[in-house]
Design a protein around this ligand. Structure first.
Ligand SMILES: Cc1cc2nc3c(=O)[nH]c(=O)nc-3n(C[C@H](O)[C@H](O)[C@H](O)COP(=O)(O)OP(=O)(O)OC[C@H]3O[C@@H](n4cnc5c(N)ncnc54)[C@H](O)[C@@H]3O)c2cc1C
Length: 488
């Protein structure tokens, strides 16, 4: 380590400041100010020579965190990006968006605040792009094998980049009009500006990966055609089947799924006009009383989006009790800590309401006007109504942000004849292969709704399995096996 006692000298964990709320609500740009290099180097020096870096295990990608912390401390940024890229294709995504399980397992975190690993990560890749160090990496020879990747989220992109670099001819099919999956149309601009996706795609295109957008595989190209035209198929279509809330009044106008709302807001930021030609009216929270049902990250993304659109009021409902301010006893170090978190969207306003259940929606002339709910207590594994806690709340718009139940079954998956596991995700064996020979699966489609870092790790590992299937051996790394895992 550059400074083995750095953690004794710099005891305070520091992060870049967020731009002032009134200012950042005027635009959609990322919320953080720049972080100066000297402060960052100081933070990197807090990484101890801890002997067993549990952060390696905390990170599904197995990122070599102490090594690049040390390189940053020594101002060796170019070596740092090489170490980082050795395990992570897209640190610009994880450095901005990952909940950082690595920090949850940082040894320093046992009795101090953990190292700012995620911030070091994002600064390394931003320096690399700024200095022109992120250049195409070409395969040394071409294999002549053709691979179809279905879906262009982080899992599909990671698999595609690895397989292209291994010399295969890779085509990524995406049914949306732009590439990126949830990176593009789920995650709002204020969490990650889309220019980061675009510049990585420029590298991938230069390397030889072919992207075909507006192609709904299973409809525009049949399952049989896909298998006939390609030597192997990677399914990475995500877990796009949304959980609904089938209670009285659900049919009222004004109740939308989060993933009906967020893509529209993202499209506006990309310069698109929203028309109801896409089957939905334009959804805008300006001047509206908004209730978000679901207290997770997707709900927080709706919250930040509604703030920027100028909602009159916003409540975010969560059925679970409020988590503790410190690491919960149920998630001891080095596991990922369950605790109360304040995202940038929460800092911007709105009210979080815990331990509530929504009973019915009410409206007039077919339009939503509010909802009825009550408080709940979690007892013996189930929610029980707290008698006498009934309430009503006015609402013009409700967003359902309650997660996803798995992949979409009709169409491609049914036509291919893939089997599903007990959780209704596409079933795969320990080599990432489905029951259909030559058809593999990675990311949320096989894992269920999860995180970007897991999607990248699955994409990388699945690529190694596909390469072995095609060539009998592989030099590609495989950070995880399908059986590894907690689900988040
Ligand atoms: C609103 C929201 C915010 C999130 N924020 C975070 C975050 O901050 N940090 C984090 O770590 N995780 C976050 N997540 C989770 C993370 O985005 C996902 O775990 C990750 O994107 C999964 O990657 P994937 O490649 O498996 O699938 P996806 O990103 O879902 O991509 C799948 C792609 O496949 C395409 N597709 C599906 N079927 C077909 C077909 N038949 N033909 C062609 N294309 C098809 C879809 O259009 C989609 O573009 C968030 C999720 C949501 C919904």
């Amino acid at each position: 380590m550059g400074d083995p006692s750095g953690f004794l000298k710099i005891t305070k964990r520091e992060l870049p400041v967020r731009r002032p709320v009134p200012l950042r609500l005027l635009d959609w740009k990322e919320v953080y100010e720049d972080f100066d290099d000297e402060s960052l180097k100081g933070q990197a020096s807090r990484c101890m020579d801890c002997g067993i870096p549990f952060c390696h295990n905390g990170c599904p990608l197995g990122n070599l965190i102490p090594e690049w912390n040390d390189l940053v401390f020594k101002d060796r940024w170019r070596d740092a990006i090489d170490r980082l890229h050795a395990t992570n294709n897209f640190p610009e995504f994880t450095g901005r968006l990952c909940p950082a399980p690595c920090e949850g397992s940082c040894v320093l975190g046992i009795n101090q605040d953990p190292v700012t690993i995620k911030q070091v990560e994002v600064e390394i890749i931003d320096h690399a792009f700024d200095n022109g160090w992120v250049v195409p990496v070409y395969p040394t020879q071409l294999t002549g094998k053709k691979i179809a990747v279905v879906g262009s989220g982080p899992a599909g992109l990671a698999a595609a980049q690895q397989l292209t670099r291994a010399g295969h001819s890779v085509t990524v099919f995406e049914r949306d009009d732009r590439v990126g999956g949830l990176l593009r149309y789920g995650i709002p601009e204020f969490k990650m500006e889309k220019r980061h996706v675009d510049r990585r795609l420029a590298q991938m295109t230069a390397e030889g990966t072919v992207f075909k957008t507006g192609v709904n595989v299973g409809v525009d190209i049949t399952a049989a055609e896909l298998r006939a035209q390609f030597d192997a198929v990677v399914l990475s279509g995500g877990a796009t089947d949304r959980r609904d809330l089938p209670i009285p009044g659900r049919e009222l106008e004004g109740i939308y799924q989060a993933m009906e709302y967020l893509p529209q807001a993202n499209r506006v930021q990309q310069g698109d006009q929203i028309t109801d030609a896409e089957g939905l009216p334009p959804i805008n929270a300006r001047g509206k009383k908004v209730i978000i049902i679901g207290g997770g990250d997707t709900g927080a993304d709706c919250l930040g989006t509604a703030h920027r659109q100028g909602a009159e009021s916003i409540h975010q409902f969560e059925i679970m009790p409020r988590p503790p301010h410190e690491r919960a006893d149920t998630t001891p170090w080095p596991t990922y800590p369950l605790m109360f978190r304040v995202s940038s969207a929460h800092e911007e306003g709105g009210e979080r309401v815990y331990s509530v259940n929504t009973e019915k929606f009410v409206g007039e002339n077919g339009k939503l006007t509010g909802l009825h709910g009550h408080e709940v207590e979690f007892k013996a594994g189930r929610f029980e109504k707290v008698e006498g806690s009934d309430f009503t709340m006015d609402a013009d718009i409700v967003f359902l942000a309650m997660g996803f139940v798995g992949s979409e079954k009709p169409g491609l998956l049914t036509d291919l004849g893939v089997e599903f596991d007990q959780r209704q995700n596409v079933k795969r064996n320990s080599d990432w292969e489905t029951n259909v020979p030559g058809v593999f699966v990675a990311g949320d489609m096989g894992r269920g709704q999860s995180l970007i870092v897991w999607a990248i790790a699955e994409g990388r590992s699945c690529a190694a399995a596909v390469d072995t299937y095609l060539d009998g051996e592989t030099a590609l790394p495989s950070p995880i096996r399908p059986t590894d895992l907690p689900q988040r």
